[in-house]
Structures are given as structure tokens and as C-alpha cells.
Write a protein that binds this ligand. Structure first.
Ligand code: ZN
Length: 373
């Protein structure tokens, strides 16, 4: 390991220890020096998908010879799989073991690992999903690119080739006027930059801000942002960087973000990571997120064993949680009891309704746009 990485390494570990009390190293030594060929996933890896590791080379080389030989090699590989270890993704998935998707496009809310109590999980052997073309483009010079908001007002991936020229000169301005999708006042959220202000100077760009917890924004993302920021500032070089918020279905609050970084000049020797940071409250806060609306409620976050599949699992109440709503008998709009609309409502129009949100909708009531029950 070289000296630069060592410094970054130590400072990151120290930060993480301070922040989370966790002693696990964030980036494994071996994986921080990946082979560039690992990034050429699309064609080569898909061909090897069903082959157990160790058989991969043989299997794909066999494919270039006669088809019958290829089949024989495939069969040999399969029988070895059965007798040795479950290395195919299907076998592993059946046991609940997490297997990272092979491509960036397949990384979504259904393919995030189970929350194991740590702020983040390593994805794809810690190797970013960047394509050769994306790397080539990034080498041409610094840029930053943000996805347009979707129909629900949600952010998409933010990406850039980060260099000192993009970094801010001044300090950060006010961002309180931005309300990212799922934003709820008084719920303890932070407006969370996808690409940190310190990295590209984007202050109040709504395509770069999501609703996040302190555990996500500060404890989870920040150490990884600082690693990149410190490196770019010190060595005046470029890092290819991408942050992708991951939403499930029509939910307004992201389940977390995929963060990928790759130092370009040395082909990822100093900076190389691919992690998923969970957007949850610190488990000790016993606060859960209704990801559809951004409302929060009391409950327990399920903590799984590390390396298992399953994403974020909250108490059973979610999403069919039962509430007591206040319905306005005249307008047939239903509210949470603490909504300002309820305070203004005359008592004779108030009616209690207990059930799930879907029950209320089925009964013909409309959700209040202000409290978004
Ligand atoms: Zn309301």
C-alpha cells in the first residue's frame, strides 16, 4: 500500500470510529487495488455468471473452442458447484446470502443488502460499476452532471469527474428553501447533498438534494466524501464519482444511496470504492421512516447478519400501518391528528377513522396534501 492511501485510510478509519464507534475498516485492502479488467463487467462477466469462481477462466475460454467442449466444461463446472460450495448467484440467493448485481442498471431497491447495523455495505467487491467509456470521458477533464427530477420530484444519479476546479471557494449558503421529495418538517431530516458541497460547490441545486437522516448524511456518506475531497485537494487530480439515490416503487424518500469513486490517474489505486449507504435513523433512536411519505414513526429497525440479502426491514406495521385519522365529514379529506388542518376544523365536522391509509382511500376519503397521511 502506498503512503497516500495509507494516510487516507487511517484518517477514514479514525473518522468512522469516532462517528459510529465501529472498528471495521471501511475498505478492504485487497479490493482497493482492483484490476481494471474487473470493470469490464458487461460482456465477460455475464458469460461467466453461472460458473463458480475458480472455474470462470476455464469456462469462458472453453466457450471460444467447440460448442460441445463448452458444454462439457459447463457440466464439469456445475457438478463441482454442487459438491463444493454454492457459488452461483441463484444458490446463494436461496440461502439469503447477498449477491451484488453484475451491472449498475440492476442495482435497485430489490438488490440492496440487508441492513446489518452499519451505516453502509460494500457492493460489487468494492469495485465501482463504471464502464470503460465513462472512465475515458472522465479522463478528458472535470465535469458534473445531475439527472432531472422525475415525475414525483425525485432526484436521480449525480455524477462527475471531480477536480479542484469544481470545488467551492466560499462557504455554503442557505438551502432551507429546498424541499426534496419526502421532506417533512420536524422529523429530524437533513437536506443531503448527493455530491457533497465540498466536492463540486453545488449548494441549492434541487437535483442534488435528497431527504436523509443524520445517520445517512453525516455518519454514512461524509467519511467517503471527505476521502475523495482530501485526495483531490492534495494531489490535484481527478476522481470519477457517482452517487445514486435508490428509491423503491413510488416512495418519496430514498432507501439509501450507492456511492462509487475511482481515482483516474492511478486507475483506482488510491481511491476505489463501491458502497451502499442506508438512509435510516440510527437504530438507537427507534425511529422508522415511512418511505412513501417521509413521515416518521416509532419502531424497531431489523438488524440482519452481515452479508445477507433483504434491504431495509422495518417493523411489520409498515407499510400497512394502522392509524387513527381525522376525517372532515364535509370535505371527506383525512388528516393525521396533529395536522394544522385539524386544528382549524370545526368540531362538528371532525370524525375519527381508524385503519390503514389504504382503508381510508377505499372508504372514499382523500389524503390531505399538507400532512400527506
Ligand atoms: Zn392534514
Amino acid at each position: 500500500m502506498n503512503k497516500r492511501l495509507c494516510t487516507l485510510w487511517i484518517s477514514l478509519v479514525m473518522t468512522l470510529c469516532l462517528v459510529t464507534g465501529c472498528v471495521m475498516p471501511p475498505v478492504e485492502e485487497e479490493t482497493s487495488q482492483p484490476d481494471l479488467t474487473l470493470i469490464e463487467t458487461d460482456s465477460s462477466h455475464q458469460a461467466d455468471e453461472a460458473a463458480p469462481s475458480g472455474q470462470t477462466e476455464e469456462g469462458s475460454q472453453a466457450g471460444e473452442t467447440a460448442a460441445s467442449q463448452d458444454e462439457a466444461a459447463g457440466e464439469a463446472a456445475t457438478s463441482q458447484t454442487e459438491s463444493e460450495e454454492p457459488a452461483s448467484s441463484q444458490d446463494a440467493a436461496a440461502d439469503g446470502v447477498y449477491v451484488s448485481p453484475e451491472t449498475y442498471e440492476d442495482f435497485n431497491a430489490d438488490t440492496i443488502p440487508a441492513f446489518a447495523g452499519k451505516t453502509y455495505a460494500v457492493i460489487h467487491d468494492n469495485v465501482p460499476y463504471f464502464t470503460e467509456e465513462e472512465i475515458r470521458e472522465a479522463l478528458e477533464g472535470p465535469y458534473e452532471d445531475y439527472s432531472p427530477l422525475d415525475d414525483l420530484g425525485r432526484c436521480g444519479r449525480a455524477m462527475g469527474s471531480l477536480g479542484v476546479s469544481l470545488m467551492p471557494q466560499g462557504s455554503r449558503g442557505d438551502i432551507s428553501q429546498i424541499h426534496p421529495s419526502g421532506w417533512q418538517r420536524g422529523c429530524g431530516y437533513e437536506r443531503s447533498h448527493l455530491i457533497a458541497f465540498q466536492l463540486a460547490g453545488e449548494n441549492d441545486n434541487q437535483q442534488n438534494l435528497v431527504t436523509g437522516t443524520h445517520f445517512f448524511n453525516n455518519d454514512g456518506m461524509r467519511p467517503f466524501e471527505e476521502m475523495v475531497g482530501d485526495y483531490v485537494r492534495e494531489f490535484q487530480t481527478l476522481v470519477l464519482y457517482r452517487v445514486t439515490p435508490v428509491f423503491s416503487g413510488d416512495e418519496l424518500v430514498c432507501r439509501g444511496a450507492l456511492m462509487e469513486a475511482w481515482s483516474l490517474e492511478d486507475e483506482g489505486e488510491d481511491i476505489c470504492y463501491c458502497i451502499f449507504v442506508y438512509n435510516v435513523f440510527d437504530p438507537s433512536e427507534h425511529t422508522l421512516i415511512d418511505y412513501r411519505t417521509g413521515r416518521t414513526y416509532e419502531g424497531e429497525l431489523q438488524i440482519a447478519e452481515e452479508g445477507m440479502a433483504g434491504g431495509i426491514v422495518q417493523s411489520e406495521k409498515e407499510p400497512g400501518e394502522i392509524h387513527t385519522y381525522i376525517v372532515n365529514k364535509r370535505s371527506l379529506i383525512f388528516h393525521y391528528p396533529d395536522c394544522e388542518g385539524v386544528e382549524k376544523m370545526s368540531d362538528k365536522n371532525k370524525m375519527e377513522f381508524t385503519g390503514t391509509r389504504d382503508d381510508a382511500l377505499d372508504a372514499g376519503y382523500q389524503p390531505c396534501p399538507a400532512c400527506n397521511p
